[in-house]
Design a protein around this ligand. Structure first.
Ligand code: SAH
Length: 505
């Protein structure tokens, strides 16, 4: 059986600017083929075991050829797979989507196209520019700015006479040429021009000027690809309609690496992005459920326990997933006291309608043990479903006075950084790397070493707490440790560091 290929428009970058149809398909397909224009966050939608194939820039800086991309799609479909080809913006706007479909047709492979929000319109919108306005224009024109290609021998005298908004895609490296051609062919040099780079993302940059000044403005702001160039009167509305504008935000311009697992990173990533940071996701751990454990048997007599201790949101999630899969009722926990390691764990418990009876004051095992010893009678029976290879400390200490049953329900395995994020890690100046556990420290450094990626020495390591710090120190790294041992703490530490730096301390 031959598979099927879906060309899915991934929109201009903001995670939420994807169609519902695209979102559903990404969760269903066997293979996702992607490049750097589509947000790598969509990869976390992939089902367990789905294959992710990168067709963007390779380490030698060469893009994969279109014929080779076509080949990948054909091969995967012929192997019986359903394939999502994620394409930036809309697949049919300069995305060579039509060619990919023709190639599939030639090979008798079924396909469907899911439109997306094109950067030419939606990206411009986030830059503060409406592509049409009744007072200014009655048409818009989207033109390739890629001028080397034989297919793009533009009729500049006609283009310069257009009264509508003109948008050039793929044109930054030819900006000088484009503005010259328009002027030479009679366009008024004072015509407004703007560029929007990485539109809709937290690191979006906008430059505004006119045909005479824009090249200089773009240089000043160090704008490069991918950018939209827009020419026309609508640009004059930018100051007024610039609702998105991340450039004034506190963490704008900072490049921050998040190393925790993809499944867990979304909250931290969006908090950082909302503050204007550019986040590079480098999930260096992956959570894998250990299915073969005795938890099932324990569910039977869970009421014999006096307390349940959850030390991470993962253990909460896996515990209750299992309970649900076994078609058990949450009321089987009635009367069992629940202890939580900290705010993240508590938040996850809240998802199941539960409020823990106790939360550790400081989010470390020592503090949680204090809490248990202060609130639970000696000899009480405690169930601790948690990670394999977790610190022995809690089991040793509580084991002295309580009847402990520890069940290892998941393990941290090495994560899977996407190829586009590897590309960003090796090409962007990183300011901060956040570590939220010891395994993120170990795995992250191994993963980037395998790729020969060397991060700038100015990049600062931010540690969530003392155990993670100890691991960083044992590897010879310097670090700043959060005062509060949770995600808010990590983010506050970065903000404080920037405040101090701005003050010149
Ligand atoms: N199919 C895409 C365009 C592909 S051509 C779409 O509909 O948007 C690639 C060009 O699109 C880039 O060179 C750049 O000009 C533009 N582009 C795509 N995403 C962009 C973004 N987020 N910000 C600015 N320009 C973008």
């Amino acid at each position: 059986m031959t598979g099927k290929v879906y060309l899915i428009g991934a929109g201009p970058g903001d995670y939420e600017l994807l169609t519902l149809k695209g979102h559903r398909l990404l969760k269903e397909v066997d293979v996702i083929v992607y490049d750097r224009l589509a947000s790598s966050k969509y990869l976390s939608l992939a089902k367990e075991g789905a294959k992710l194939i990168y067709v963007g820039k390779k380490s030698s800086n060469h893009y994969m050829k279109q014929e080779d991309i076509n080949q990948v799609l054909v091969q995967q479909a012929q192997a019986g797979k359903t394939v999502a080809r994620l394409k930036g913006g809309d697949p049919y706007v300069f995305g060579r989507g039509g060619e990919e479909c023709q190639e599939l047709l030639k090979n008798n492979i079924e396909f469907e196209v899911v439109p997306g929000i094109t950067s030419a319109i939606g990206g411009l919108c986030y830059g503060g520019i409406p592509i049409t306005h009744r007072n200014f224009n009655s048409s818009f024109h989207v033109i390739t700015g890629h001028l080397k290609d034989d297919t793009s021998k533009h009729d500049w005298s006609s283009i310069a006479k257009l009264n509508g908004t003109i948008v050039f895609l793929m044109g930054v490296s030819n900006l000088q040429k484009i503005t010259d051609k328009l002027k030479v062919n009679g366009m008024d040099p004072s015509t407004d021009v703007a560029l929007v780079q990485w539109a809709t993302r937290s690191y979006q940059k906008v430059a505004v000027g006119n045909l005479n000044t824009i090249v200089e403005e773009v240089k000043k702001k160090d704008i490069s690809s991918p950018s939209i160039i827009v020419v026309g009167k609508v640009v004059s509305l930018q100051k007024q309609l610039n609702f998105f504008n991340p450039e004034d935000k506190e963490l704008y311009g900072k490049n921050i690496v998040v190393t925790r697992s993809r499944a867990q990173s979304s909250q931290m990533v969006s908090m950082l992005e909302n503050l204007g940071a550019r986040v590079i996701e480098a999930p260096s751990i992956r959570i894998s459920e250990i299915r073969d454990n005795q938890l099932e048997a324990e569910f039977e007599n869970i009421r014999n326990y006096h307390a349940l201790i959850f030390t991470s949101s993962n253990s909460v999630k896996i515990f209750f997933d299992k309970l649900t899969r076994l078609k058990l009722d949450i009321r089987c926990l009635w009367g069992v006291k629940i202890y939580s390691m900290g705010s993240g764990t508590t938040k996850e418990l809240n998802e199941y309608g539960l409020r823990p009876d106790f939360e550790a004051e400081k989010y470390v095992s020592e503090s949680l043990c204090d809490k248990v010893e202060n609130t639970l009678d000696l000899g009480a029976k405690i169930l601790i479903p948690r990670a394999k290879k977790a610190r022995e400390y809690m089991i040793d200490r509580l084991g002295k006075n309580y009847d402990i049953n520890e069940i290892k329900i998941y393990e941290n395995i090495v994560g899977d950084i996407s190829e586009s994020d590897y590309e960003f890690l090796s090409t962007i100046d990183i300011d901060y790397i956040t570590f939220t556990s010891s395994s993120t420290v170990n795995n992250f450094h191994n993963l980037i070493k395998d790729r020969n990626i060397i991060l700038p020495i100015t990049a600062k390591n931010i540690s969530i707490g003392p155990i993670t710090s100890k691991t960083l120190a044992s590897k010879g790294y310097t670090y700043i440790q959060s005062e509060k041992y949770d995600i808010d703490g990590v983010i506050d530490t970065i903000r404080e560091d920037i405040r101090l730096k701005n003050k010149g301390v």
